[in-house]
Each structure stands twice: as C-alpha cells, then as structure tokens.
Write a protein that binds this ligand. Structure first.
Ligand code: FMN
Length: 186
C-alpha cells in the first residue's frame, strides 16, 4: 500500500516516530511531509526527529508531489500528531500547503484520512472542526493511550496509540496486546 504520513507541530512526535519505524519494517511505501513547526516541537520532545531512510521526506510548501492530486493512487493519509491549526485548516478547505491540499484530496477522493490530535482540552472551535471532518469522511483518532495492557515504559504507552493508527491504516502489527486476546501481542 501507499501512504502519506504528515507530522505537524502538535505535541506527540514519539507517536510519529514509532508509527514510521513500524511502517519501515513493512513493504508499504510512505511519503512523509513535515509542517514548518514539526521539527521545532519534536526537538523539545525527542530531540532530533528520527525518520526512516527509505521514505522520501517532503516540505510542506511543495505541490510537486503526486499525492496533492486525485490522479495519484494512494491508500491512506495519516496526520500524526495533528495540530488543531492544521485540523481547522483542513475542516475549512484551506489547501495552501502540501499537507492541507493532500488532506483535501483524500477527502474528495473518499480515501482514508486519519487525524491524530493531541490537544487537551478542546474549545468549541476544535469540537466543531472535528465534527465537520467526521461528517466529511475523516477519521479522528485522539492520541489517548490505553492502560489495560499494563504498559510499563513510555514506548509501550506510545505504542497503544500507534497500534490503533496501524489498525485503521490496515497494517498488520504486533505493537501492543489486544483486550482478552490470550496471544498477548497480536
Ligand atoms: C512545544 C509545543 C507544543 C505544542 N503542542 C501543540 C499541541 O499539542 N496541539 C496543537 O494544536 N498545537 C500545539 N502547538 C502549537 C503549534 O505548533 C502551532 O499552532 C503551529 O502553528 C502549528 O502549525 P502546523 O499545524 O503547521 O504544524 C505546540 C507548540 C509548541 C512549541
């Protein structure tokens, strides 16, 4: 499959890094797009943003990439983490950057678009924008870790979120256990 993974300037860069590391172990293709604030926020969380070598990385200022057109065949786009600014721009049809144009294309082509906001709490603008996006066909997966698998490290906590993102991308993984699944890791 072919995916776009966009990283924006919301807190949560470990989610993006773990997602990309998991995808790098598969045969799937990923185009990575970084918003202008992605690296800045990541620097205060994990230091340098570590991205797998085998995936192309694009700036948020180019339209010279296939996935900003509906003519390109991609399976899904995930924005991880997704700032409320980017979420709001997508909800209102702004297409003035690579990420917002690509998201607009995925919505109009009825392709899978996953948004993973971290923001807490939400104001009414955030909540309304989320409703608009769900009505338009996007899937909003708040970065809300689960604890029923008894994670004991930060990475295991992060993986509870990344596992759900991979599930919704349709990518097999063994990142975290499933409730009442005796096989522990899937
Ligand atoms: C350390 C840090 C953490 C941030 N965390 C969030 C966040 O969790 N959610 C959010 O919506 N914005 C957050 N921001 C603000 C965004 O970076 C800012 O709104 C930016 O304009 C988003 O632009 P982008 O969507 O193009 O990346 C954070 C900023 C900094 C410096």
């Amino acid at each position: 499959m072919k995916f776009v993974v966009a990283i924006t300037g919301a807190s949560g860069s470990p989610y993006a890094q773990r997602l990309l590391a998991a995808l790098a172990e598969t045969e799937h293709h990923v185009d990575i797009v970084l918003s202008p604030h992605a690296a800045e926020v990541a620097a205060s969380e994990t230091g340098t943003l570590l991205l797998p070598d085998r995936f192309p990385v694009h700036p948020d200022t180019t339209m010279q990439v296939p996935f900003v057109s509906g003519s390109a065949k991609y399976d899904a786009m995930a924005i991880v983490p997704c700032s409320m600014g980017t979420l709001g721009r997508i909800a209102h049809g702004y297409s003035d950057s690579t990420i917002t144009r690509a998201a607009d294309v995925f919505l109009k082509e009825k392709r899978k678009l996953l948004l993973v906001p971290r923001e807490m709490p939400w104001n009414l603008v955030h909540a309304r924008n989320v409703v608009t996006l769900i009505e338009a066909g996007a899937q909003v997966l708040p970065a809300s870790p689960s604890f029923y698998g008894q994670p004991s490290t930060v990475q295991e906590v992060v993986d509870t979120v990344v596992a759900r993102i991979l599930d919704h991308l349709g990518v097999a993984h063994a990142l975290s256990s499933r409730w009442k699944d005796q096989g522990a890791k899937e």
